[in-house]
Design a protein around this ligand. Structure first.
Ligand SMILES: [Zn+2]
Ligand SMILES: [Zn+2]
Length: 271
């Protein structure tokens, strides 16, 4: 199933697809600032202790340039002539944030959980800032993927930024099929146990129950009987950017919500 074909049969996603494309176009036009690749040996002890890369003082990855890229992205989106909701909200955000001293630093801290920045449309800022910062971080995330021994992590939170997973993906063929968890913020994918719930990590390695979705070949909901949390799962390979984008499976969140299941992942745009 290709993204284009899929969108044809999911026409109600058109506004979101347009919004996402608009942001992707704008972010592709801003300058990518250089990210320093950390010295992995400095970080090893923290990694083994379960400290994600970005909060690790030993790894010392500075996110501030990601904040500057966010400023540039906001400026670009705000300066357009479009009169849509995205343009109006980014203009309000841009105007408000310009009043803050050292805003690039504040945005970087905001992404790592600092709550002292209180922007209008925090969900939109989180979405735009992670989009710009993920682009800034890409060389670091790629180098981290190459260095990281997945067997030594297998944790339920993102090894790069510490977020809980937005989605999961099943890859390979049985036997030896693997489950990856996917971060909706920085875009890292990492390995996790094939069975078991990443949210409550309840003992006994109980299986998640799978909920098939009518008309979806490669998306389903896996949920935990014990804590009622759910994990949207992409059962396929090749269209990760699209099917792991979170918004492309928003209808699964609606179904899960109707069944009384809990979403524990951050929602980037509070959609
Ligand atoms: Zn992450
Ligand atoms: Zn659970």
């Amino acid at each position: 199933m290709t993204p284009d074909l899929w969108l044809e049969t999911h026409s109600y996603f058109k506004p979101l697809a347009d919004l996402s494309a608009q942001v992707d176009r704008a972010v592709a036009e801003i300058n990518v600032l250089d990210a320093r690749i950390p010295d992995w040996e400095d970080y090893r002890a923290d990694f083994l202790a379960g400290v994600p890369l970005l909060p690790s003082t030993a790894a010392a990855v500075d996110l501030e340039p990601g904040g500057r890229m966010t400023e540039a992205l906001l400026e670009r989106l705000a300066s357009g002539t479009s009169s849509g909701r995205l343009a109006a909200e980014t203009r309000a955000l841009d105007t408000e944030l310009r009043r803050e001293p050292q805003i690039s630093r504040r945005i970087a801290d905001f992404l790592l959980g600092d709550e002292t920045l209180r922007p209008p449309f925090p969900g939109l800022l989180r979405y735009l800032a992670w989009t710009a910062t993920a682009r800034f971080l890409r060389p670091v995330v790629n180098a981290f993927d190459r260095w990281r021994d997945e067997e030594q992590w297998l944790r339920s939170y993102c090894p790069t930024c510490g977020s809980v997973p937005a989605m999961a993906q099943l890859v390979g063929t049985d036997p030896g099929r693997l489950r990856l968890l996917s971060c909706g913020c920085c875009g890292t994918r990492w390995r996790y146990r094939r069975i078991g719930c990443p949210f409550c990590e309840s003992p006994g390695d109980h299986r998640l129950s799978a909920l098939a979705i009518e008309g979806e070949k490669c998306l389903r909901i896996d949920y935990c009987q014990s804590c009622r949390a759910y994990l949207k799962t992409y059962d396929g390979e090749g269209s990760e950017t699209f099917f792991l984008a979170d918004w492309t499976s928003l209808h699964l969140d609606v179904i899960a919500h109707d069944r009384g299941l809990k979403r524990l992942a951050n929602s980037l745009y509070e959609l």
